[in-house]
Design a protein around this ligand. Structure first.
Ligand code: SF4
Length: 414
């Protein structure tokens, strides 16, 4: 009896017997990613280690997304140095400013594949688990080791199986499911474990919804969050996949523990400052004043997120400054074609270039002292989006309803 995680590590380590949870292994990495922010440190460590050439330039991906376009001369110079290193190393999978957020770019470009072992120098690299990969975040120094030799040590994690049943109500989405589970399990509820999502409600989710769900896995400490691949996965990857893939599936009764949810009656959820596991129904915060709405990021900047927001905002004027940042150029192009961007701009929203935007508090929409943002992102720690600001985390539907009203309100009331 083995889980997806055990099977991925067994293959990646070359073991002839199935590895057990808790075993320490050295595994070969299929794909490795660092963005404009973490590449700087990874390259510095790479050079300090005495490394000269990366192990395989075709398996390294460098998207620029965090501080784009560069907003200071320091950021511009550091980005220039990363570009030069990428060029010297012959890394062709380099994605310039405007391509999109790393966790959207890797799936779109066909690197997030079932059964693969993928690491990223960014904690939300767990997003690629939506495609049945074992994907996890690393520190920049660990990434330097991967860039040097393509291998790294891991402890094979135990797996929590989460079965989600029931049909979601209108205006309730994957973000609400994820927040509900994080609120119940807590920020450390899955520390160094893999979480595997199954059940009718998960099968019904789009690829976009599954990415949202897996993206938030790290917010309960999970080493990886995985949805078993199915025909929706194959359909998304058709024409995108960088190479052939062999999906791995968990055997029956192989999880370390099992949890079950029925989401039929789930209400829209919100995580209030300053912890992601501070989760309550949106209705508990009805009328809370907001200064800004952010719709975007690697959690909820995809086409169906923007589409949902436009459906709610259509024909209205936003009551607070509203920033919409598509997760990628591909998303932006499709949103333009479908008239989604026109609806949002006519309503008074600002459209930012595909990337992280103010999510990490670096630029392009940071909060002033005492200001409140209702955001579709994934973190609401103190200072996350600007010193002195507060962040409430919610779905695109809840964020859009807040944008129209100027205060927090459940989307079905809009
Ligand atoms: Fe990190 Fe936010 Fe960028 Fe996602 S959008 S990668 S959470 S900074």
């Amino acid at each position: 009896m083995a889980t997806i995680s055990q099977k991925v590590f067994t293959r990646a380590s070359g073991s002839e017997v199935i590895l057990e949870p808790g075993e320490i292994v050295e595994a070969s990495i299929d794909y490795a990613m660092s963005h404009d922010g973490t590449s700087v440190l990874a390259i510095k460590s790479f050079k300090e280690m005495g490394s000269e050439r990366v192990w395989d330039p075709e398996r390294i991906i460098v998207p620029f997304d965090h501080q784009i376009p560069a907003n200071t001369d320091v950021a511009a110079t550091l980005q220039k140095e990363v570009r030069e290193w990428v060029s010297v190393q012959g890394i062709s999978n380099f994605f310039e400013c405007g391509t999109g957020v790393c966790h959207q770019v890797l799936p779109e470009q066909g690197f997030a594949l079932p059964g693969k072992l993928i690491v990223g120098a960014d904690s939300h690299s767990c997003t690629y688990g939506a495609f049945g990969a074992f994907a996890t975040g690393l520190g920049a120094t660990d990434m330097a080791e991967v860039y040097s030799c393509g291998r790294l040590w891991f402890k094979v994690p135990q797996t929590i199986g989460i079965t989600v049943k029931g049909d979601l109500k209108p205006c309730v989405s994957a973000k609400d499911i994820a927040l509900k589970i994080i609120g119940d399990l807590g920020a450390d509820g899955a520390t160094y474990k893999a979480v595997e999502y199954t059940g009718q409600a998960i099968e019904n989710l789009s690829i976009s919804g599954r990415m949202t769900l897996c993206n938030l896995g790290v917010e309960m400490g999970a080493k990886a969050a995985i949805v078993p691949p199915d025909e929706k996965t194959d359909a998304y990857l058709r024409g995108r996949a960088k190479e052939a893939y062999s999906p791995a599936f968990s055997d029956p009764d192989s999880y370390d523990s099992d949890i079950e949810y029925d989401v039929s009656d789930l209400e829209p959820q919100i995580a209030f400052p300053t912890r992601v596991d501070n989760v309550r129904p949106v209705s508990d915060f009805e009328g809370t004043r907001i200064d800004q709405v952010l719709i975007g990021t690697c959690t909820n900047g995809r086409l169906e997120d923007l589409e949902m927001a436009a459906r709610i905002i259509k024909g209205c004027k936003v009551a607070v400054r509203t920033l919409v940042i598509p997760a990628s150029r591909e998303v932006l192009m499709e949103a333009l074609k479908r008239g989604i961007i026109a609806i949002l701009v006519e309503a008074g929203a600002m459209i930012g270039p595909p990337g992280c935007g103010p999510c990490l508090g670096a630029h392009m929409g940071v909060l002033g002292d005492g200001e409140v943002c209702l955001s579709t992102s994934n973190r609401n720690f103190p200072g996350r989006m600007g010193k002195g600001g507060s962040v409430y985390l919610a779905s695109p539907a809840t964020a859009a309803a807040g944008a129209v009203k100027g205060f927090i309100t459940a989307p079905e009331k809009n």
